[in-house]
Design a protein around this ligand. Sequence first.
Ligand code: SAH
Length: 467
Amino acid sequence: MLLTLSTTHSPATDLGYLLHKSPHKPQSFDVSFGLAHVFYPEATEQRCTAALLLEVDPVALVRDRQKSSGEGRSLEQYVNDRPYVASSFLSVALSRVFGAALSGRSRERPELAARPLPLTARLSVLPCRGGEVFLRRLFEPLGYTVTATRHALDATVPEWGDSRYFTVTLDATLPLGELLSHLYVLVPVLDDDKHYWVMEDEIDKLLRHGEGWLASHPEREVITRRYLRHQRSLAREAMARLSEGDEAPEPEDAPSAPDDGEVMLERKVSLDEQRREAVLSALVEHGATSVVDVGCGEGKLLRTLLQERRFTRITGMDVSVRALEIASERLKLERLPDLQRQRIQLLHGSLLYRDARLTGYDAATVVEVVEHLDPPRLAAFERVLFEWARPGVVVLTTPNAEYNVRFEGLASGGFRHKDHRFEWTRAQFESWARGRAERFGYGVRFVPVGAVDAEVGSPTQMAVFSR
Ligand code: SAH
């Protein structure tokens, strides 16, 4: 997937300041579904082009398609266009890699970020459901000159006719942030597919990136409906907010805990609380007094542990600095009296690397974390936890995928949270857990968490490993 952004503004190399990426240094970024590479094929005073090349990991995609289509294993899940075409993966990459530019900010060139510039965006392969007519109806009202070349389904078999793929060039004079916002919203609309399940926070994203142009766009209804993947209730709410001129929250103001979507979905059963209770009981049962909570997130379990005097040494560890900052605030670590303060610490680290700081605990808790790890990395995590950290007890929870059919509004085969890399059935989880127990010399037992449904089991599954 290739997007290039060019300008003839003078000096054209200012594009590097606007994108916060130096024209002289190719860079690569990890974007969960693969790698995003940024480099400049040309960078002169007269003309500068930045290229965003997305290398989508096809193995991860096969897995995701398999889960999200819910149709069993069709060939389409293995052979599909996702690695090659512009899609919602591009939108995710734009916000991760060009986040400041997308929201119209620039550290070094703030006035330039607000100014209309001569810009050209070129999408090497853009799937357009609705064809060239629809493509033009989306971009021309925004002031673009659209050049589109349609690709044949197979150049060697002309009788098969055209594909829905176009090479598209968009020319306009406008602020860079506006162009990026148009791409952010309209590329997935043209593709009319989404690689992750649409949650309500998608409305906020749509309104935020559609600010200033979507409300007056002649195609706003189709854009809204397609962006929200044909979920009528979401689309209705978005249209209502668009016509009210509702102020969408700024990214910084919108509290976006890593597990927001999941929390919303599971609220009905207050599963979050039941999970903490279940974990706490397992720890108490095993007489643990020192606990390391790996992937502690915003520290909800840590708070529960802190309230129990039996736990004399509590450690939270997470890879996300932001989550740790929130945990520190929520636990009011700064204001704890000395004696309390000595019981708890937060560590920044990854579960994928051997870490001496994780050793010497009675117990480790791993609550709703494994499903965030890429399956090829599970093996590293297993060794870090069971072989090197080697606590007496490991309490581990993960969603039970079978239960998902009981969540209203969760698309069939979809995951509870868009950052989940997989969700296990009971059989899959138990087979994984027994395998690890045997390999690393632990016993294991399974505890359902949340109301058990006769057919599909409990919403959360928990394994308690002990030596
Ligand atoms: N245990 C918490 C958070 C669950 S969300 C709770 O139940 O509320 C998953 C957490 O795992 C996130 O905070 C994420 O940052 C963390 N995580 C994901 N990959 C990780 C890794 N490799 N190492 C450490 N933490 C990781």
